[in-house]
Ligand binder design. Structure first.
Ligand code: ADP
Ligand code: AMP
Length: 216
């Protein structure tokens, strides 16, 4: 199963991707995570991407296309993958098409998570993750069962992203509407698009997605 998750920053793509990983056993390929790893490791790509990411703008197409192309050749992607945060421009979408075609692969579904803009700043500014296993949480919407302890791995260390602030969200949302939202029509025209209501609670969104995937 090869999936794309589409939606603005804070829509719930990462949250739902983690659940699809658990249920279907295919890896989550988040270009945001990969770029943040490159920034932490201080690689050339990381050095080029850091300021752009901090400003909430999009990293250049050639960088992210190269990262994804290399990643989907890894053995753990043989049975499928979930693209989270990629493609984000029409150039990236065309490159994804070409990449899959060259490998003789097909896209199963593009899941659009629809959310009203008003909730996004709260979702993004309240977001944090376990520093050890990456499980995602939220200050009010999704707290660990035991305060300060990760449900999944028991770690007591958490982190927040430098770009998860209300100022940067505005730029990120502009980038989404200008560069990424045209992909909704692009995939609709290809008969691949399915949309879910991302305003519903997290479990409800998961079950709506599972229903779509069961019939995919
Ligand atoms: P994205 O990957 O699309 O940027 P996330 O999955 O990281 O978004 O979600 C952003 C924040 O909102 C997280 O802290 C998450 O816990 C919370 N969240 C995700 N989905 C929902 C939902 N349906 N209702 C309320 N909060 C949510
Ligand atoms: P995300 O973790 O998906 O919110 O992405 C964080 C940041 O990484 C974005 O604001 C961009 O600067 C960069 N980024 C992630 N994915 C892409 C992509 N597909 N194309 C361009 N920039 C990206």
């Amino acid at each position: 199963m090869r999936l794309i998750l589409l939606g603005p920053p804070g829509a719930g793509k990462g949250t739902q991707a983690q659940r699809i990983v658990e249920k279907f056993g295919i890896p989550q390929l988040s270009t945001g995570d990969m770029l943040r790893a490159a920034v932490s490791a201080g690689t050339d790509v990381g050095k080029r991407a850091k300021a752009v990411m901090d400003a909430g703008k999009l990293v250049s197409d050639d960088i992210v296309i190269a990262i994804v192309s290399e990643r989907i050749d890894q053995p753990d992607c043989a049975k499928g993958f979930i693209l989270d945060g990629f493609p984000r421009t029409l150039v990236q979408a065309d490159a994804t098409d070409a990449m899959l075609k060259a490998k003789g692969l097909d896209l199963s579904k593009v899941l659009e998570i629809k959310v009203n803009d008003e909730v996004l700043a709260d979702r993004v500014s309240g977001r944090y993750t376990c520093a050890n296993c990456g499980a995602g949480y939220h200050d009010t919407n999704l707290r660990p069962r035991q305060e300060g302890v990760c449900d999944r791995c028991g770690s007591t260390h958490f982190k927040r992203r430098p770009d998860d602030n209300r100022e940067t969200v505005v730029t990120r949302l502009q980038a989404y509407y200008k560069e990424t939202s045209p992909l909704i029509g692009y995939y609709h025209a290809k008969g691949k698009l399915a949309s879910v209501d991302g305003m519903a609670d997290i479990d409800r969104v998961t079950s709506d997605i599972e229903k779509i995937l069961e019939s995919a």
